[in-house]
Ligand binder design. Structure first.
Ligand SMILES: [Zn+2]
Length: 129
């Protein structure tokens, strides 16, 4: 399991590995995690659509009441925090490997100064690459 997201919950159902129990082991991907149960549900959905036309139903709030939508917001925010935390771990590892702020900023479409401001967390900006 990726060290950066260890202990974080499933990005889909919001349950932590502990809450999901033994059968609910959470697997880490870049920026998001999935528990065994959600992976199984995803597989079932893929299987269901394999032979038919793919129907993507967007937006997800079709048919949802405001209370139901409001109940989803904290989970979405938690996933956003989780993705941000994982992004920081990836950037920290890239910095450990000597990758410049300019290159990190470049792939994110921001300046090296912006990359440093967003991710450095106190690392001194020397103005070097
Ligand atoms: Zn899940």
């Amino acid at each position: 399991m990726d060290a950066g997201t260890e202990g974080a919950g499933c990005s889909f159902c919001g349950r932590s590995a502990g809450e999901a129990g033994e059968a609910g082991e959470v697997f880490a991907g870049p920026g998001m995690n999935i528990c065994r149960e959600c992976a199984g549900a995803a597989e079932a959905i893929v299987r269901e659509y394999t032979d038919g036309a793919v129907q993507v139903r967007l937006p997800r709030w079709d048919g949802m009441g405001e209370d139901e939508m409001l109940a989803q917001i904290p989970r979405i925010a938690a996933v956003a925090d989780q993705v941000e935390a994982d992004l920081r771990v990836w950037v920290r590892e890239l910095r450990r490997r000597g990758v410049t702020w300019a290159r990190i900023g470049g792939v994110l479409g921001i300046t090296r100064q912006s990359a440093w401001e967003r991710f450095s967390g106190g690392e001194r900006f020397t103005g070097e690459e």
